[in-house]
Design a protein around this ligand. Sequence first.
Ligand code: AMP
Length: 367
Amino acid sequence: MEEEEANNLSSAEEATEETPVTFKSLGIVDVLCEACEQLKWKAPTLIQKESIPVALDGKDVIGLAETGSGKTGSFALPILQSLLDTPQRLFALVLTPTRELAFQISEQFEALGAGIGVKTAVVVGGIDMMTQALMLAKKPHVIIATPGRLVDHLENTKGFNLRNLKYLVMDEADRILNMDFEQEVDKILKVIPRERNTYLYSATMTKKVQKLQRASLRNPVKVEVSSKYQTVEKLQQFYIFLPVKYKDVYLVYILNELAGNSFIIFCSTCANTQRVALMLRNLGMTAVPLHGQMSQTKRLGALNKFKSKNRSILIATDVASRGLDIPHVDVVINLDIPTHSKDYIHRVGRTARAGRSGKSITFVSQK
Ligand code: AMP
């Protein structure tokens, strides 16, 4: 009996081995398959397997996938492929809630589209309007924007419009709504063609997302890779129960014990982020803060220093909790407990990404 099971198992394995899913088998053209290879994307991720064929078929997509699942590739590849078929300026718009995410998505578009000469523009707040207006005047293929600044350009930048747009993507769609972007999004929807494809990506499906779906999608296909809101398997999660006054001491102890790793420490306020960064720097650690009260250049600078491993500790508020792709984070520390359970999932999702392992440590106090 056992033998039979073993046989079944191996034949099942063989069956899957015989038909490995590749980007090519999903219908992606050779130039883009090569781009994936160069990024060392060996095989499509689950969400990519599910959504790429649907998108290539010309359908609208609602993609539900956890952070780090390869969401960006799921919409970028079909858009680039369609752009290859019908080359056109101002072809696609990606809306995203944070500035950092916008830059990150644009990097993936540029990397995947390097071989086909794709031009992207990032349109976010905190950066000079004039410089952006000049970039828009050059008519990029893909615009990645935060909603507020895009509306600003649509209303004030002469000669700029999105009347021929073919693709609209909303990334982290639930957050776009939660953060009161609703008005801006409505304004944007009014000035882009109804005849277009819309992709909506989100880790969580809120009722508001359903509302949005009614407003802007046509017979969408829902693709879902994880129905439960959950963390990945390779993440080890710990908590420490301690009096609030010992938080700093424990933090420094852990950072010393686990020295050599890279850390993101999450705090609840900008002030605490700044304070902890100063404290750690005074103790000789390479720490850098990231929060909403820093200028955009400083925020990007901090992130780049951390990404390039010049700094091993990033101390951040929830601006950094969603979607940011920083591949080498080994440990996430919640110095302050997140207010919402969803934020916890997003925060700890900064580690153990793309199949790697990682740790999260949450400080739980009497409060
Ligand atoms: P995302 O969920 O889009 O933020 O992607 C998370 C990370 O996974 C990024 O660093 C991507 O470069 C990477 N990634 C996306 N697709 C693949 C793939 N098929 N194979 C390996 N890595 C991937």
